[in-house]
Design a protein around this ligand. Sequence first.
Ligand SMILES: [Mg+2]
Length: 132
Amino acid sequence: MKTLIVEDDFLARSLLSTLLSEYGVCHVAVNGREALAAIGRAFDEEDPYDLICLDIMMPVMDGQEALLELRKMEAQRGIRGLDTTKVIMITGIDDSRNIMKAFRQGQCEAYLTKPLDRHKLISHVRDLGLIV
Ligand SMILES: [Mg+2]
């Protein structure tokens, strides 16, 4: 599993990276713009990310905007349906409105609220069929 963690908070980023590194390669980005650069490069190298953990509230470019751009990049490349990148949105517990928006629009597969729970994270990744 190739994962991209997009998170501006050092502790959350480190925790996610530690947990998910057990299951494969793990890259990190600190905002949406950096994430999109990494995602574009991965598509160009035909080695796309299997999973993106995407924080919503970040400086420079937030997670909502990055998610929309990701889906546009996929559409431009003819990547559809089950082939699209699995995205787990991450946010503070008080930010459920943002999460619901992404869900309603069918753009993300799952979400996690902070403080992050290791077991919930792994069970989402398992439910997405990325690990056994
Ligand atoms: Mg944040």
